[in-house]
Design a protein around this ligand. Structure first.
Ligand code: HEC
Ligand code: HEC
Ligand code: HEC
Length: 466
């Protein structure tokens, strides 16, 4: 539960007249295990804790707990083009939850997307990834969820239009797009790599945001980790190749990002911030390192035919691997753009002659914290060599300007820094001009590509402040 944050110290940047930069400190409260103390100290305590760890790695809470709801009581709304789906109550309550479910019902919900009495689940529940879960992990989850405190919260009925309201249709979807199968380790790869591959493609379901989907909302396994925009945020390409993805990130920095949400090339924002807050920060260092090693091995190099570096994780029925991007698909991926690896700009803003509109807006609104784009290590992220400014998809940059940003509060780093929001101060035209300037100057994007249409800002503004 997040308690109200309190402003304590204004950063020692007063000379720069920082508008609202404040360091916020609150006691960090680890996410509740939602299990009675006597259960945790019972003979089954260790098994329950193991299950809680898997539940965190799988981030069950992200979708089954609402901001002000009880743990796992459901009610989280998923807006789809076909209507709204609500996540159900998965506490062991007999009437409203899964109290009357058998272990077999629970297992097939996770691995096959088929719940009690053969009910077909929508793939908003990531069973396409959880199908990789090992027997041990499913056992652990089952033990844990039997001990979670029951909540008598009724389920909300979905509001889907026909024919999407017809669950049986998912049978056909599964036939076309779903590959039922456990994770199979690759003997050619190290144990560390295999552990990482399991965590990323199984419980971590990282591909559900980072991999593009087709028109039927199915994950494109031959484009794995090539980036995707979902829920108004762009989950960037992670697969390496031609300077893109995590290619230039040292393993340590990936680990640091996954643990704290702060790395020199990226500050976690949007849905990723939540994934770190609710899930990744709780994982053991060895597991995070394993994930980083696996992610770094993913390659999708234009024009090359070999993906030898990334051996197959789990073959699917189309003969490709769900975790290995195919080289053929790289060139056409719309989000792919070389991440700018430039030194901070030599010419300071406004040094020579007249300011452009973009420069003026940057000086007035951003420079106090981000300086000339180089930021301040440990406080304000650099905008140079940053994935938010170098991505072709401008969603995250525009959203951050509209709604501000705040670091992830973690057990390791309970102090968070805040960027104010500018939605009230800048209009669509100004934000488009400013963001275009930032993309060109700091993101290293060609002028034509960097440019942003004010309509796109208007659209995101609507999402942020409906
Ligand atoms: C990305 C979001 C998401 C995550 C993560 C997620 N779920 Fe779900 N889950 C859903 C949605 C949405 C549904 C309902 C789908 C439907 O109505 O067909 C669902 C349905 C279920 C059901 C079926 C319940 C019923 O009453 O039919 C179970 C059981 C379940 N989830 C367990 C879990 C567990 C355990 C985890 C973690 C290992 C988990 N879920 C993680 C979104 C998610
Ligand atoms: C709910 C959607 C979602 C899920 C699930 C998700 N991510 Fe992300 N991820 C994002 C978004 C959005 C961003 C971009 C914002 C940012 O940089 O924080 C991002 C950014 C990242 C970055 C930084 C990349 C860059 O260039 O800035 C890494 C690394 C990453 N995610 C790894 C992971 C891993 C590993 C997992 C699985 C454990 C995962 N993500 C699951 C949405 C998601
Ligand atoms: C008061 C200080 C402050 C001001 C002014 C400010 N920012 Fe920020 N900005 C921050 C902080 C702190 C973060 C990191 C938040 C986090 O950790 O999520 C940030 C994050 C960002 C990010 C995300 C970087 C990433 O790695 O994902 C972008 C892009 C950004 N700012 C651009 C701007 C622009 C453009 C302006 C001017 C409109 C601006 N900022 C004004 C403090 C500021």
């Amino acid at each position: 539960m997040r308690i109200t944050t309190v402003f304590i110290t204004v950063l020692p940047l007063l000379s720069l007249a920082v508008p609202a930069a404040a360091q916020q400190y609150t006691q960090f409260e680890p996410m509740a295990l939602a299990v009675a103390d006597e259960d945790l100290t019972s003979a089954q305590g260790d098994a329950i804790r193991r299950g809680a760890y898997v539940a965190r790695a799988a981030d069950c809470t992200a979708c089954h707990t609402t901001a002000d709801g009880e743990p796992y009581a459901g009610g989280f709304a998923f807006d789809t083009p076909f209507g709204t789906i609500y996540s159900p109550n998965i506490t062991p309550d007999d009437e409203h939850g899964i109290g009357t479910w058998s272990k077999a019902d629970f297992t097939s919900a996770l691995r096959q997307g088929t719940g009690k009495n053969g009910k077909h689940l929508y793939p908003a529940m990531p069973y396409t990834a959880y199908t990789h879960l090992s027997d041990d992990d499913v056992d652990a989850l089952w033990t844990y969820f039997q001990h979670v405190e029951p909540q008598a919260t009724p389920n909300k009925p979905n509001e889907l239009m026909w024919p999407f309201s017809w669950r049986a249709a998912m049978w056909g979807w599964n036939l076309l797009f779903f590959d039922d199968g456990r994770f199979e380790p690759d003997p050619e790869q190290s144990d560390l790599w295999n552990r990482g591959a399991y965590l990323v493609t199984g419980p971590g379901h990282c591909g559900s945001c980072h991999t593009p989907r087709n028109i039927a909302m199915a994950i494109q396994s031959d484009n794995a980790f090539m980036g995707n925009t979902i829920q108004g945020w762009h989950a960037p390409r992670l697969a390496s190749g031609d300077g893109m993805g995590l290619e230039d990130w040292p393993v340590d920095e990936v680990v640091q990002f996954l643990t704290t949400g702060a790395a020199s090339r990226s500050a976690a924002t949007g849905t990723m911030k939540e994934a770190i807050h609710d899930s990744l920060q709780y994982l053991d260092d060895a597991d995070l390192r394993a994930m980083a090693v696996y992610l770094k091995s993913l390659e999708n190099r234009d024009g090359e035919t070999s993906v030898a570096k990334t051996a197959t994780a789990t073959p699917d029925k189309r003969g490709t691997s769900p975790s290995v991007p195919s080289p053929a698909s790289a060139a056409g991926t719309p989000q792919a753009v070389r991440v700018g690896r430039m030194p901070p700009p030599a010419m300071s803003i406004g040094e020579h002659g007249q300011l452009t509109k973009g420069e003026r807006l940057f000086m007035d609104n951003c420079q106090a914290c981000h300086l000339q784009g180089q930021g301040m290590p440990g406080a304000f992220p650099a905008l140079v060599n940053n994935s938010a400014t170098a991505q072709k998809d401008p969603s995250n940059l525009i959203r951050v300007i509209l709604q501000g940003a705040q670091g992830v509060q973690t057990q390791q780093d309970p102090t968070v820094l805040t960027m104010p929001d500018f939605a009230w101060r800048l209009d669509d035209e100004q934000i488009a001009t400013l963001a275009g300037f930032v993309r060109e100057r700091f993101g290293g994007q060609p002028a034509e590509q960097a440019r942003i249409d004010p309509d796109q800002v208007a659209e995101l503004r609507e999402q942020v402040h409906p």
